[in-house]
Design a protein around this ligand. Structure first.
Ligand SMILES: *[C@@H]1O[C@H](CO)[C@@H](O)[C@H](O)[C@H]1NC(C)=O
Ligand SMILES: *[C@@H]1O[C@H](CO)[C@@H](O)[C@H](O)[C@H]1NC(C)=O
Ligand SMILES: *[C@@H]1O[C@H](CO)[C@@H](O)[C@H](O)[C@H]1NC(C)=O
Ligand SMILES: *[C@@H]1O[C@H](CO)[C@@H](O)[C@H](O)[C@H]1NC(C)=O
Ligand SMILES: *[C@@H]1O[C@H](CO)[C@@H](O)[C@H](O)[C@H]1NC(C)=O
Ligand SMILES: *[C@@H]1O[C@H](CO)[C@@H](O)[C@H](O)[C@H]1NC(C)=O
Ligand SMILES: *[C@@H]1O[C@H](CO)[C@@H](O)[C@H](O)[C@H]1NC(C)=O
Ligand SMILES: *[C@@H]1O[C@H](CO)[C@@H](O)[C@H](O)[C@H]1NC(C)=O
Ligand SMILES: *[C@@H]1O[C@H](CO)[C@@H](O)[C@H](O)[C@H]1NC(C)=O
Ligand SMILES: *[C@@H]1O[C@H](CO)[C@@H](O)[C@H](O)[C@H]1NC(C)=O
Ligand SMILES: *[C@@H]1O[C@H](CO)[C@@H](O)[C@H](O)[C@H]1NC(C)=O
Ligand SMILES: *[C@@H]1O[C@H](CO)[C@@H](O)[C@H](O)[C@H]1NC(C)=O
Length: 787
């Protein structure tokens, strides 16, 4: 007896389960274990490391039909099902006793740490209807003998390391309902014979390296309801006959190189719920003409193609549409009026197109809206309260005062207005939002006045970025309550305040950017505990800080002393800007810079351009993870301390434009990662140390130290340092590159994160699928999942 259960709903991964229910229906007394079968099972067990069949070991003196994972035929006592969930942790031998279980119909060794190749003798178990070897560590090719299993209904070999081509013999499995080969390393074209599998409902070939085109024989797969070809190297146009897939519910060809026009025939399929065409090369306009009037379309993702023209009014036919992602195309014109008829619409992503005009107010009833990188110029006023949680209006042409009605969107978690032309003050009514807000990004506008002190209840706030405005006055003291705060950037404003030492008590504060403001006074207050245990990047450059730093100043900066354990968790704990550290190209002052370098382990201190004096605190030598140290343009005195050589991960060191005297410590030459140093404009003397580390530097890194000598190798024979031609306040292009990357990368960060839509709670599968297909980020790296 078979039970077929479909799950089309939210999980995105559709599974068909077949269960033989004999053991639950039959009376136990009818069982009797056949000795040949029992012995085969025991020998099978002995092929694997001891004790792996716990907690209930197979016991020779009990009926093998009652052993865990074993099911026998009611009448004959033959073993017909084996369903283990254990760590076999070795390979299946070609002569394994498993293959003596000739009556086996159901074999489930999913998630068993199986290694090695799939033995071709599997093809001898001719009664098999169900084979699941997924989520193992199987290697080698798929044996063509599997094509002999002509009773097979379900074949699942996904999430292994299988290589080679899909054997064309699989086309003999004429009863197959489900073929699941996801997440392997399969190559080549899909064999035309697969088109013979006329009963097929589910085909998952995603996450391989399959190429070429979809075989024309697929036209016969009229019962297909789930087709997933995503994350492969398919290159063709989509076949013309797709409307023939009239049972299709889920269609995903994302992340390939498919080209050609919009596959409009697809949309006449009445049961179709999900269509994902993202990250391909489709071109031209989109239209929905022959769509079924009762369309069930629920999710449509056309992200990152080359579609153009307007978003057609006809899209309003899809009354069940909840998720619409049209970002990274060339769509033009306004948001179509008819879109407002889609009462079930929940997430709308239109970023990186050429859309323009007014953003209509019905948009605010959705849950998540991304309109960034378009040319929208105005926002229709909203009067009603709405449930919107994520609103990204960045990089458009909005102007005028902060829209006061935004203060009424009290469920907002994420608000990004950056890179627009908003002006006037940031209204105190924003206080009404801060209870739920996790991210507030107002970067690069013309906001003026003070940053209002509205954060008393902002206990969920993780990211605050108001950089690049005209803000003045005090730094808001209520931020002390923001215990979740990870990222603060107020760069390039006119904020005039003392250093808020109390920020040191925030347990998660990772990034602090005060660059280019009017902060003043000492960095250190004797009566404050120093804290900053989670700080990874601090840039307080170009302010008016002064005073000296006591020897113990850095001793609590735990996250620069040792890296937090576990990279995965580390990523997860940095939702707000972790993606900055992944590959990212930005344009900075005309120089294209690759921020691949800015990694998870990046740690930086930039105190440059202030008036800090005295010695470099000895406690800095414990910051073993520090990558970049910039103390230039201050008034530090004394020698360059030898303990800087204890910063073994240092990559860039700038001590220029201070009053350092004495010699350059030879030990710095031992810092094998140190590729940039600058000692210029000090009072250093004696020889420039030998060693490749020093000799590789630019001449300008040593200039204007009147008593420094031995520069001939670095600066060339003719060197007569001509101080008059130097312009001490100008950075060279090299220096600019080296030291702007911190600030620039961080400044660009918040706009690009974050795939995971912080704070939205979803079930695990849906969450992953959603993040991958409808999250804010352009691309979520799809990785092999571990057990
Ligand atoms: C095996 O089963 C017999 C009888 O059911 C029992 O007496 C014996 O203790 C069991 N042995 C193990 C190792 O569990
Ligand atoms: C196969 O085994 C895996 C792992 O134990 C389990 O999650 C899955 O539900 C099983 N499949 C069937 C159809 O019983
Ligand atoms: C599996 O085998 C590897 C060595 O091949 C071993 O390191 C690992 O601990 C084993 N795992 C289990 C669960 O037995
Ligand atoms: C499987 O069948 C092949 C012939 O098809 C035979 O050579 C081989 O011995 C069989 N293997 C087992 C384990 O029965
Ligand atoms: C399988 O063959 C190997 C040699 O290839 C042999 O050592 C082993 O005993 C055989 N196992 C069985 C169950 O026949
Ligand atoms: C579809 O199946 C029919 C037989 O049922 C066959 O004649 C035809 O060639 C197949 N079409 C394709 C495209 O394979
Ligand atoms: C598949 O495409 C990716 C990206 O275009 C490329 O890096 C990879 O080498 C290709 N793989 C094969 C097997 O062609
Ligand atoms: C958009 O169109 C412009 C030309 O108008 C073209 O250069 C650009 O590549 C297109 N972008 C996409 C994503 O198609
Ligand atoms: C802010 O909240 C207060 C109290 O809930 C309310 O009286 C006020 O009208 C709200 N302001 C705005 C602009 O929504
Ligand atoms: C802020 O800017 C607006 C116009 O942009 C101006 O009218 C106002 O006077 C400015 N306020 C302050 C405090 O500078
Ligand atoms: C902060 O929350 C408290 C209670 O949760 C409330 O009484 C107070 O009005 C809130 N303050 C602000 C500024 O919203
Ligand atoms: C620097 O490291 C050396 C040896 O690794 C150690 O002896 C010395 O005390 C350290 N200096 C400081 C200031 O931490």
């Amino acid at each position: 007896m078979m039970i077929l259960s479909h799950c089309y709903c939210f999980c995105g991964i559709i599974t068909i389960y077949f269960s033989l229910l004999i053991h639950t229906l039959a009376s136990p007394t009818l069982h009797f274990c056949r000795h040949d079968q029992r012995d085969a099972l025991l020998e099978f067990r002995d092929e694997f490391p001891i004790d792996e069949f716990n907690p209930s070991p197979w016991n020779k003196s009990s009926d093998c039909c009652f052993w865990k994972g074993v099911t026998c035929d009611d009448k004959s006592g033959q073993v017909i099902s084996l369903d283990l969930y254990t760590s076999l942790n070795t390979s299946l031998k070609t002569n394994s006793s498993l293959f003596r279980l000739q009556y086996l119909s159901h074999l489930n060794l999913s998630n068993c740490f199986l290694q090695g190749e799939i033995p071709s003798s599997l093809g001898n178990l001719s009664r098999l209807t169900f084979v699941d070897l997924s989520w193992n560590k199987l290697v080698g090719e798929i044996p063509s003998s599997i094509g002999n299993l002509n009773n097979l209904r379900n074949l699942s070999l996904g999430y292994n390391d299988l290589v080679g081509e899909i054997p064309s013999s699989l086309g003999n499995l004429s009863r197959l309902l489900s073929l699941e080969l996801s997440n392997n390393h399969l190559v080549g074209e899909v064999p035309a014979s697969i088109g013979n599998l006329k009963e097929l409902r589910v085909m998952s070939l995603d996450l391989n390296s399959l190429s070429g085109k979809i075989p024309i024989s697929f036209a016969n797969l009229t019962k297909l309801s789930y087709l997933n070809l995503a994350y492969n190297n398919f290159t063709s146009t989509l076949p013309f006959y797709m409307s023939g897939f009239y049972n299709l519910r889920y269609f995903d060809v994302g992340s390939n190189s498919f080209h050609g026009p919009f596959p409009k025939s697809l949309f006449s399929i009445p049961l179709l719920r999900t269509v994902i065409l993202k990250e391909n090369q489709f071109t031209g306009p989109i239209e929905f003409v022959n769509t079924s009037s009762s369309s069930k379309l629920w999710a449509l993702n056309l992200n990152s193609n080359k579609f153009d023209g307007p978003i057609p009014e006809s899209i309003s036919k899809f009354l069940n549409l909840a998720l619409l992602h049209l970002s990274y195309n060339n769509f033009t014109g306004p948001i179509p009026k008819s879109l407002s008829k889609l009462v079930n619409l929940d997430f709308l992503r239109l970023s990186n197109n050429k859309l323009e005009g007014e953003v209509p107010s019905w948009i605010w009833r959705l849950t998540g809206v991304t309109l960034s990188h378009n040319s929208f110029s105005s926002l229709e006023n909203s009067s009603q309260e709405t449930l919107i949680k994520g609103l990204d209006l960045s990089s458009n042409s909005f102007r005028g005062p902060f829209p006061p009605w935004i203060c009424k969107l009290k469920w907002l978690r994420l608000l990004d207005l950056s890179n627009n032309l908003f002006n006037g003050s940031i209204p105190p009514c924003l206080r009404n939002l801060t209870v739920s807000l996790t991210e507030l990004t107002l970067r690069n506008n013309n906001f003026n006045g003070t940053l209002p002190d509205i954060f008393a209840n902002a206990t969920k706030l993780q990211l605050l970025d108001v950089s690049g405005n005209q803000l003045e006055g005090n730094f808001p003291k209520s931020l002390i309550n923001c215990i979740a705060l990870q990222f603060v950037n107020v760069e390039s404003n006119k904020i005039k305040d003392k250093f808020p030492s109390w920020l040191g008590s925030l347990p998660s504060l990772n990034v602090l950017i005060f660059r280019s403001n009017k902060f003043y006074g000492p960095l250190y207050h004797a009566n404050m505990s120093i804290g900053f245990q989670s700080l990874r990047v601090i840039d307080i450059s170009h302010n008016d800080f002064t005073g000296s730093l006591p020897p113990h100043y850095f001793s609590n900066w735990r996250d620069m002393i040792t890296l937090t354990e576990g990279n995965g968790e580390y990523m997860a704990s940095l939702p707000a800007y972790s993606l900055i550290y992944q590959s990212m190209e930005i344009v900075n002052k005309g120089v294209e810079m690759n921020f691949e370098r800015i990694r998870q382990d990046f740690r930086a201190i930039d105190f440059s351009g202030n008036k800090i004096y005295g010695k470099i605190p000895q406690s800095i030598s414990v910051l073993k993870e520090l990558r970049l140290l910039n103390l230039s343009g201050n008034a530090f005195t004394s020698d360059i301390p030898r303990f800087l050589a204890n910063l073994t991960n240092l990559e860039a060191l700038d001590l220029s434009r201070n009053k350092f005297s004495g010699q350059i410590p030879q030990d710095l030459g031992k810092l094998s990662f140190l590729s940039y140093m600058n000692f210029s404009h000090n009072l250093l003397q004696g020889p420039v140390p030998r060693g490749t580390q020093f000799q590789r530097q630019k001449c300008s890194s040593f200039l204007d130290n009147p008593k420094l000598y031995g520069l001939e190798d670095i600066c060339g024979e003719t060197l007569v340092p001509d101080h008059t031609s130097q312009q001490p306040e100008e950075y060279s292009e090299e220096e600019e590159k080296m030291f702007n990357w911190v600030a620039a990368a961080i400044a660009y960060g918040p706009g690009v994160f974050c795939g995971l839509v912080i704070g939205y709670i979803f079930t695990s599968h849906y969450h992953e699928w959603f993040a991958e297909n409808f999250g804010r980020q352009k691309k979520v790296r799809v990785t092999k999942k571990a057990r």
